[in-house]
Design a protein around this ligand. Structure first.
Ligand code: MG
Length: 310
């Protein structure tokens, strides 16, 4: 079985845009430095496999994320393909300056919904971190860039436990006021379940956030990522974040399973007849190629199954 049988399900979008996060979110926690040439080839192969939005790197201080210290070199060597967007994560104005110097057209900022994660990750309160992003977003928009706002810990927090949906809505509304052109709802520790997803989306759209501007970013820590994705698609979401080969564990969960694997997502969407433009065999080949370079197998079920010829 090399492809699923195509059997549509009512109530889903005709097409989904996959926001590929493997090169940035996937690789950033790799313990050994991955060569910039390997990263550039990885990004190029992802584009060749049909992915059209590939979050490539982050212009953060190298001390914070040593793996991404080669952001300039990567953006310089990258073979960019027409019709493909290469967003980069930008934490502050210095990062924005670096991104603009490299002709970036899409940036993302990484906000927290909870005070605990804002303190630990951004070293400031939720409100203070949003104000820190204000000039970054304003300048980026002024320069004609698209700006994605990530919201982390939307479905639970490792220190605080349950997260009130109203907290998520407040941060989402503020990010849009500041000028974000789209949002990504992150289940950073992978604890969300489908009813929670639908309830959060209902509150957000009720607060005036268009569903077309909402992406979902699920982690598979508790095996919920695809179920949550299907629930989100049923609620009108058309942008789904995923990481090729399932790269990138969650640093807070001590588990091997982190990001939803792009291949697992594409298998489901292919079966549902939802168009993504992604060539699954080409993507599986790319993840296998990268796994060889990282020295360990991909955690993606679909990559493993197809590699075994099941
Ligand atoms: Mg992630």
């Amino acid at each position: 079985m090399r492809a699923p049988q195509r059997v549509p399900l009512a109530g889903l979008p005709e097409r989904v845009r996959i926001w590929e996060v493997g090169p940035r979110d996937g690789l950033q926690n790799e313990p050994h430095t991955v060569d910039v040439a390997v990263k550039a080839e990885f990004v190029a192969r992802l584009a060749d496999a049909g992915l059209t939005t590939i979050e490539t790197t982050a212009f953060v201080h190298p001390r914070w994320v040593p793996q991404l210290a080669d952001a300039e070199a990567l953006m310089t060597t990258l073979r960019r393909r027409d019709g493909v967007r290469y967003p980069v994560l930008v934490p502050n104005e210095r990062g924005l300056d670096r991104a603009l110097a490299h002709g970036v057209t899409d940036i993302a900022v990484f906000a927290s919904v909870t005070e605990s994660f804002a303190r630990s990750n951004l070293n400031r309160s939720v409100a203070a971190s949003l104000e820190m992003f204000a000039p970054v977003i304003a300048r980026a928009r002024g320069a004609g860039l698209a700006v994605r706002g990530y919201l982390s810990m939307c479905f639970g927090d490792p220190w605080e436990g349950a997260v009130d949906i109203r907290q998520v809505v407040a941060v989402a509304v503020r990010l849009r006021e500041l000028g974000c052109t789209e949002l990504s709802l992150g289940d950073t520790i992978g604890v969300g379940t489908p009813g929670h997803v639908v309830a959060l989306l209902a509150e957000l759209t009720g607060a005036g956030v268009p569903v077309q501007e909402i992406g979902v970013h699920f982690h598979d820590t508790y095996g919920q990522a695809l179920a949550n994705t299907l629930a989100a698609l049923g609620a009108g979401v058309t942008t789904v974040d995923a990481s090729a080969g399932g790269l990138g564990g969650c640093p807070f969960a001590g588990s091997a399973t982190g990001n939803l694997a792009t291949e697992d997502l594409v298998w489901m969407l292919d079966g549902l007849g939802v168009w993504t433009g992604v060539d699954l065999p080409a993507l599986v080949q790319t993840s296998g190629w990268l796994a060889d370079r990282l020295g360990r197998p991909s955690p993606s079920r679909t990559v493993r199954a197809l590699a075994k010829g099941e």
